[in-house]
Design a protein around this ligand. Sequence first.
Ligand code: GUN
Length: 174
Amino acid sequence: MDIGAINALSYEEFLNVLGNVVEKCPIITAAVWSERPFSNLDALEAAIDNFIDALPESGQEGILRCHPDLAGKELRSGTLTPESRREQGHAGLDRLDAAEASGIGRLNAEYKARFGFPFVVCVRTSDKRSVPRQLEERLRRGRAEERARAIAEVKKICRTRLRSLVRGDQVNKL
Ligand code: GUN
């Protein structure tokens, strides 16, 4: 699909195709539909980024809380969204041994207790060894800095999801 085809979608079709570019936040996709036509993929990404940036801190934290834990119970019970399933599988998080799983589980719990939202990282550019390292590193930050970092990761995830759905006019700019 190219940006012309995206611009031609009805509201319902737009939501069906792009509703999960931000995990479990179809309201963001719904909000940017009225900004069509997008001149290119960057313009669509910018509309989503601007919507997220305009939210109060509570709204941004709400977006983070819509994300499942990495290697968490949704992965074990098979209830992840297809996008999250693919990304976590790509990073090898569905093939952890018991020690790796309990290490990430412990760090996820510590992170959530400290910040009140789950650890979010664009796992397209990570693997199962780098996830616990990044968790440990980000656990040392302050809340505002970490919220901003986590939202930047949400935008990166959104970009990779959009780019797998919409043919861009430039190569990956991650
Ligand atoms: N990074 C990419 N996908 C996901 C996800 O579904 N959850 C979290 N926590 N991080 C992610």
